[in-house]
Design a protein around this ligand. Sequence first.
Ligand SMILES: [Ca+2]
Ligand SMILES: [Ca+2]
Ligand SMILES: [Ca+2]
Length: 178
Amino acid sequence: MANESDSRQQKIESDFKVLDSNGNGYIEANDVHRVFSSLLDEFGYESNSPKAQELDSNLEDLWSTIKSSVDSDGDGKVSKDEYITFWMNADESEIRSYTDAITNALFDMADTSGDGSISEQEFAKFAKAQGLKGDSHSVFQELDTNGNGSLSKQEFADLVSDIYSSESTGRESALVGM
Ligand SMILES: [Ca+2]
Ligand SMILES: [Ca+2]
Ligand SMILES: [Ca+2]
């Protein structure tokens, strides 16, 4: 059991490192923006387009969720201790609101056609932007649990909560960097 919680903590620490994109030891609003703006570039969204503005408002929501749930001393930034404490102690509904905010931000980015679902082509682009190594086709098929050829927001949300609820399901490789 000790090993299990060690590896969970390691995963939480490595998630923290990704989110603390400037490496100053705190997750702050500009870190979150930096992580996402590199994705925006990959997707080629113009910075003034309605899509970019929608994504920006999702990011604001994500950041306020992070602040209200994880920044326990309320200083406007998330230390590594706060981040670890959150993930070690959060109950299901706290985790749900966190993963929902991430789901919204990522889903709307990946849904380039804006039809409310992610096609295999859209997923391939997303997986590439996320640095997925390996075959996006097989990952897509695994995620498309009802086999209709596209990912609903619910299927995508299941993926995101899988990533955060256990240390390793294998599916998280689809979302390197989050
Ligand atoms: Ca930082
Ligand atoms: Ca803090
Ligand atoms: Ca779509």
